[in-house]
Every structure is written in structure tokens, then in C-alpha cells.
Design a protein around this ligand. Structure first.
Ligand SMILES: [Fe+2]
Length: 257
């Protein structure tokens, strides 16, 4: 099974670029499943139903989220109706949405989990215990994909190594800067610390750089808006062995206008 995982989609430039690139990429690479992180798709903050539909129309099949999940308040009112959206599993009990989803890809059960790190982010439930609990519920699932949405490289590496051989892939999101450490770990888990983003190249993490610099220089409040200009598309392709559920290969994809 071939999975294409698209990194954090930032604002309209990111959504538009996914629409432009994904179909061509899919016809070239023929993925069996396309997953994308879209927690920044609505002007850098959260996701709306309209944008989710645009991403589905563009070829995205499963959407993962992160710390900006609830920035667009409307999502809480309909997230329970859409099994294709996965928000961090270690959010407190009782919040809307689901932390994982199971789908059939070529007849094979595939579990997709979204986790959030806790360093420099909200103090959520333990991501390790959360993932343990989820895996206990699905002992027979063949493929398990984990989007580890976290700020620090160490926290993502820790999840990768801790679950090496128990999940098919641990793919990091959130920093918007792709890392070059893709590999298949010895136990058969495909790993990448950060996939990177789809969005404007010349901003800071996709946002207008002047307002970010102003805020950092002055410590004054500033409203961040999505940057314009040239765009980049960051994704990763993971090939999984359908007999074992382990990863055979991982390849980073980086396209820049
Ligand atoms: Fe994030």
C-alpha cells in the first residue's frame, strides 16, 4: 500500500497549491491513500467545512489536525459527522471529534491516529499512554499511521522509537519546516521528524513575515496573516508491506514554485 502524506496546509495559498499539485502527483505516484494535515488551512488557523470539501475534491481522503483544531469554532458543530477528520487523540475526554479513524484501503484495515506533543504546547494527556490505549483496541489492524503534531524534534523521535515495529509510520507535523531524517527504523516503522508545509515560501511558517518580526521585536500584539508569493509543497510517500504492515520505503517530496 502506498500512502501520500501532505504536510501542514497553510491558508488559501496552501489549499490552492494542493489543488494544483495533488492530482498530478497522484497520477504519477498512484497512492492508495492520501492523508493531509489541515489544521492551518483556514487563514492559518483551523479548518472550515468549505475548505475540507475543497481538500476532499482535490484528492485528500483523510484530514489530520493539531493545536489549531478549534480555531474555527464551526468545526466543533460538525466534526462528529465527518469520520475523515482526525483531531489529536490526547485531547481531554469528551471534546468533539475523534482521535483516530479506521478505513479500508484495498480491503486492508488502516488505522490513522493524530497525536499532539506537550512540550511548548498545551498540557494534554500523555501521547504514549494515549497511543497504547488506541493500539490495544485494534490488535488486528494491519497498517497504523501516526501524525505526531509536536514542536520539539525529541518528542517526535521518542514516539518514533517507542513504537518502532508496532506502527507503520510516525510522521511529524507542526513546525512547517521539513527535516531531512526520513528513514525506516530497524523494526519497520517509517519515520520523519517533520514533513514540512504546503504554503508561502517567503513568510515565516507561511505567515506574513513583517507582522511576525514586529511582534518578536516589540513584544506588542500583532495580527498574523497568511503570506503571499511563491509556494512550496511538502509531502512524504510511504510504501507499506501489506503482509506485515511494516514500511518498505519512505521518500520525501518537496516541490517549490
Ligand atoms: Fe500546529
Amino acid at each position: 500500500m502506498r500512502v501520500l502524506f501532505v504536510g501542514d496546509i497553510v491558508g488559501k495559498p496552501g489549499v490552492d497549491y494542493v489543488r494544483e499539485v495533488l492530482q498530478r502527483l497522484a497520477s504519477e505516484r498512484k497512492p492508495d491513500l492520501v492523508v493531509a494535515n489541515a489544521e492551518n488551512a483556514a487563514d492559518g488557523r483551523g479548518l472550515t467545512r468549505r475548505i475540507a470539501e475543497t481538500l476532499y475534491d482535490s484528492g485528500v481522503e483523510i484530514i489530520t489536525m493539531g493545536n489549531h483544531t478549534w480555531d474555527q469554532k464551526e468545526l466543533a458543530s460538525w466534526i462528529d459527522e465527518d469520520e475523515r477528520i482526525v483531531r489529536p487523540a490526547n485531547f481531554p475526554d469528551g471534546v468533539p471529534g475523534q482521535g483516530f479513524t479506521v478505513c479500508r484501503v484495498n480491503g486492508i484495515q488502516t488505522l490513522i491516529v493524530n497525536l499532539m506533543g506537550r512540550t511548548f504546547l498545551s498540557q494534554l494527556d500523555c501521547p504514549f499512554r494515549t497511543l497504547d490505549h488506541i493500539l490495544e483496541q485494534f490488535p488486528d489492524v494491519r497498517h497504523v499511521l501516526v501524525d505526531m503534531h509536536a514542536e520539539t524534534t525529541s518528542e517526535k523521535l521518542a514516539i518514533g522509537w517507542a513504537y518502532d515495529g508496532r506502527v507503520s509510520a510516525v510522521l511529524g507535523t507542526h513546525t512547517h519546516v521539513p527535516t531531512a531524517d526520513e528513514r525506516v527504523l530497524p523494526g519497520g516503522t517509517a519515520y520523519l521528524t517533520d514533513v514540512g508545509m504546503v504554503g508561502p515560501v517567503d513568510g515565516i511558517l507561511g505567515m506574513d513575515r513583517n507582522s511576525v518580526i514586529y511582534k518578536m521585536r516589540t513584544q506588542m500584539p500583532a495580527r498574523f496573516t497568511v503570506a503571499g508569493g511563491l509556494r512550496q509543497f511538502c509531502a512524504v510517500q510511504v510504501d507499506l508491506d501489506d503482509q506485515t504492515g511494516k514500511a518498505a520505503a519512505i521518500e520525501r517530496i518537496f516541490i517549490r514554485e
